[in-house]
Every structure is written in C-alpha cells, then in structure tokens.
Design a protein around this ligand. Structure first.
Ligand code: MLT
Length: 266
C-alpha cells in the first residue's frame, strides 16, 4: 500500500489479525527484514510494516531525516492503514530511536513498546565523525559500498558462517537503499537526542530484545535501557547479532508472542 506525503510516497503493508503492531526497520534496511514476523505472528497481531522514507520501495526524499520527522511518517502510516490506537510499536536500531521519538510526541498511541538492537544514548563525537565519513563514502561510491562494509558486522559471527544465503539477502536489502535515504538517515541519527529521560517515563510494558553477539550495538546498551525503563523486560537471544529477528526468527517471534499475550491479559 502507498501513502502520498510531501510530494513523494511511503510504502507499507498490513498482515495478520489481532493486537495492532507497527514494525519500524533500521538503517539502511527496509520492511523486508520483518518477513518472518509478518508470517509467524499473523495469527496474533494485525501488523503494519513500513519502508521509511528513502528506504526500500519508499520515495528517495532529500534529507535530513530527523527522528521526529520519521516518527511523524509512522503516525501518518498508522492513520492511513486505519489502525486504531493504542498500538504496540516495535523498532529495530534506528527504528528504536524513532520509536522513542514517537513516544515523546504521542505517548497515548502506545499499548506497548518493543525495543530491539537499539540504544537510548545520543551519538558520541567519534560516532558523529564516523557518520560524516559514511556520508562522503555513499555519495562517492554508492549504497553497495556501505552495504558491503556493514554486511560482515550486521549479523553474529555464527550467522555469518552458517547462513550465507541470509547474509546475501541482507546485503541486497541494504544495497537497494537510495543514496538520499542513507545520507538523510545518517544526518538525522547524528542529531538525535539522548532518550534516557524518555525511557524513564514510559508507562506501558516494554520488551527489550537484543542479540548476545550484536557487533553494532553491544548488549550492554540493552542492559542500560532495562535498568532505566520502569516496566521493562530484557530477552537476550543467543547466536544472534544486530538482525536477531532474521537470524533467530523463531526465538524472536516466541518472545514477541509471549509479550503480546501478557498485554492481552492486562
Ligand atoms: C541501524 O541498524 O539502524 C543502525 O546501525 C543504527 C545506528 O547506526 O546507530
């Protein structure tokens, strides 16, 4: 499905029946990372998986993509998809930064929050410098260059050696991202605020999911979020890295399924 905004469009899809659940992918990925969830959770959740601006099949808008702007896009997609709040929002990595921005704007939208492979803190000066270098690289060499640089680290060493087809699929998803999308997301992430204070105030149940072998955002970041977030639980997924939902879909889906059933009872 397509929603027209700002002289461009966003693509999204709906699947399943049950608890409303919005999936927000990370950088530089697309809604395709959620295929195993759209399939595996269809009996329990009414899911919306969207392509963020500049990513997947969405229009390659010029950046910067501030996290607030991306959060507004998510809200528009939910409205367009006729999803009645409250909803559960599941964000992976940059999708987690967007989820926290969405909570700041629309806390009443949330029935639950799932933070996966993400962190609360803002970028360090070194982190910002590395994003600047990536902006120069993507403009000069294209998305394929960024994709091949990330593909060794975006999954766990175990996945890298046991699931070569999955690694190729992920590489293809990243390489398809527009240059505008990569630049816009990097610019937006560099400027994002620290969300620790937001997490302290979240008053819905929060599930934190993290791969034990995440090489991009170490699990200690998830442990920090767990400590500051009042109604939260951390599930550590073994033999999984940054894309745990693709690397260990059964364990990931089981954790979400259990969480959704506790929400139903609440
Ligand atoms: C992501 O997967 O969205 C990124 O690794 C997040 C980041 O670069 O901070």
């Amino acid at each position: 499905m397509q929603i027209h905004i700002d002289h461009g469009y966003l693509e999204y899809e709906r699947a399943g029946q049950g608890v409303p659940l919005l999936f927000i992918h990370g950088y530089p990925l697309s809604r395709r990372i959620w295929d195993a969830q759209l399939d595996g959770l269809a009996g329990q959740a009414l899911m919306v998986a969207m392509d963020l601006r500049g990513h997947g099949d969405s229009f390659p808008f010029e950046g910067p993509y501030m996290m607030d702007l991306l959060a507004e896009d998510c809200q528009k997609v939910l409205e367009h998809a006729h999803i009645r709040p409250p909803v559960v929002v599941c964000g992976l990595s940059m999708g987690g930064y967007i989820t926290m921005a969405l909570y700041r704007k629309y806390p009443q939208l949330f029935k639950g929050m799932i933070l996966t492979s993400t962190r609360a803190g803002a970028d360090t000066p070194e982190g910002k410098a590395s994003r600047q270098a990536s902006i120069v690289d993507v403009i000069e060499f294209g998305a394929g260059y960024i994709a091949s640089g990330m593909s060794q680290k975006i999954v766990s060493p175990y996945t890298l050696s046991t699931q070569p087809t999955l690694v190729k699929t992920i590489n293809g998803i990243m390489a398809k991202t527009s240059v505008q999308g990569i630049v816009g997301a990097l610019q937006g992430m560099m400027e994002r605020p620290d969300s620790t204070a937001t997490l302290k105030e979240v008053n819905c149940p929060v599930l934190i999911l993290h791969g034990v072998d995440d090489q991009l955002i170490p699990i200690k970041e998830a442990e920090k979020m767990r400590r500051v977030t009042p109604h939260s639980r951390l599930v550590r997924i073994q033999q999984a890295g940054h894309l745990l939902n693709m690397e260990q879909p059964e364990h990931f889906n089981q954790a979400i399924s259990k969480y959704l059933s506790t929400l139903d009872q609440a």
